[in-house]
Design a protein around this ligand. Structure first.
Ligand code: F0G
Length: 358
């Protein structure tokens, strides 16, 4: 029988705090492709690879941390989990809870999460509550509930989440044979930034790599607390996944930045959408807007002359484009893409396609 990827807990059992007493709640997450992106290499002069995390079971990187968090929660007897979310965490929590046969309560900001993610949380039988507030408000309530009621918090303030997510760095190293020179990630709560840094730190400690990549994290311009150095009260961006004004892993991420000679930058929504189009149309990878910020960040840093030619660069793109597909139907000038409609007539179709009879 062909080998099937067994999910990150089994594949990396020796690198995670699990034991025979830990039930393995898995949907086969991890083992995502690292894809060479020639179009981005040509644009920047670097050797660019894309870690496509949209290929996880629920379509985002969150599954890596959720398999760990839910497995540990069940090990400790939890019957219910709770999280605040901009969408992907809620989809993942609901799916893993369903698989484990426990309950997931998810708190999301009203009207601010993408339709695909909302559908997932509902489909997986999550107890979905929309708050009249933003993500930061949702996280505060989730924390208070977990402190005072019998529900287990599975946001990335739960260290098990970061532990599961660090496995993505292991996979990058396995493919490249070393760490890259630069690693770019989108930043919301800065949990994933922290997780990659932890993964690379552990690889370096066992001499699986020769270097620590410079960790480059990007936030949307209207939602960039780590760049501004202060909490943003009313964060605003079309990249709803990273619409976060008070990142939960702020302190840990600052340490990771210092240790890796890293960088935090911000990107306007227009530049995010431009990068979204480039990644879709020139590389063939469809992501949600928040994920495209890794690409936009690379293009911006390369233009600023900050990425030496020939550097190895990995861009993590965190969520699948099908979660929030509407952005693909907008052109660069902001108008709606118009469908071409013709009669059932071969010559007419050929004419529209500009084909000349052979
Ligand atoms: N990209 C996507 C697609 C996300 O959903 C998130 C976070 C991030 C990037 C940022 O990762 O928070 O670790 O810095 N989404 C969370 C959620 C907040 O609720 O789904 P981070």
């Amino acid at each position: 029988m062909a080998h099937q990827w067994r999910g990150v807990l089994r594949e990396y059992a020796d690198r995670l705090d699990i034991s025979d007493a830990t039930p393995i709640i898995t949907l086969g997450e991890g083992g995502t492709p690292l894809i060479p992106a020639d179009a981005l290499s040509h644009r920047t002069g670097a050797k660019v690879w894309v870690k496509f995390e949209g290929m996880n079971p629920t379509g985002s990187f969150k599954d890596r941390g959720m398999t760990m968090a839910v497995s540990k929660a069940v090990e400790h007897g939890a019957k219910a989990i709770i999280c605040a979310s901009t969408g992907n965490t809620s989809a993942s929590a609901a799916a893993y809870a369903a698989h484990a046969g426990i309950t997931a309560a998810v708190l999301v900001p009203e009207g601010k999460i993408a339709m695909g993610k909302l559908s997932q949380a509902v489909a997986h039988n999550g107890q979905l509550i929309q708050l009249r507030g933003n993500f930061d408000d949702c996280l505060e309530i989730a924390r208070e509930l977990a402190e005072n009621y019998p529900v287990h918090l599975v946001n990335s303030v739960n260290n098990d989440r970061i532990e599961g997510q660090k496995t993505a760095a292991f996979e990058v190293v396995e493919v490249l044979g070393d760490a890259p020179d630069f690693h770019f990630v989108p930043v919301g709560n800065a949990g994933n930034y922290t997780a990659y840094h932890r993964g690379y730190t552990e690889e370096l400690a066992i001499s699986a790599t020769t270097r620590m990549p410079r960790m480059f994290g990007f936030q949307a311009a209207g939602s960039a607390p780590m760049v501004l150095g202060h909490v943003v009260k009313d964060p605003d961006t079309i990249a709803s996944a990273i619409r976060i004004g008070n990142p939960a892993s702020w302190e840990l991420a600052l340490k990771a930045q210092a240790d890796s000679d890293g960088y935090f930058g911000s990107i306007t929504d227009d530049k995010i959408l431009e990068a979204h189009r480039i990644l879709s149309a020139e590389v063939g990878i469809f992501v949600e807007p928040a994920s495209a910020i890794s690409v936009a960040g690379l293009l911006e840093r390369a233009e600023a002359g900050e990425i030496p030619k020939g550097s190895t660069v990995v861009l993590t793109v965190t969520g699948h484009g099908l979660k929030d597909p509407q952005w693909a139907l907008r052109t660069a000038d902001g108008s709606e893409v118009q469908p071409t409609i013709v009669s059932v007539d071969t010559d007419e179709v050929a004419g529209v396609l500009g084909l000349v009879r052979a």
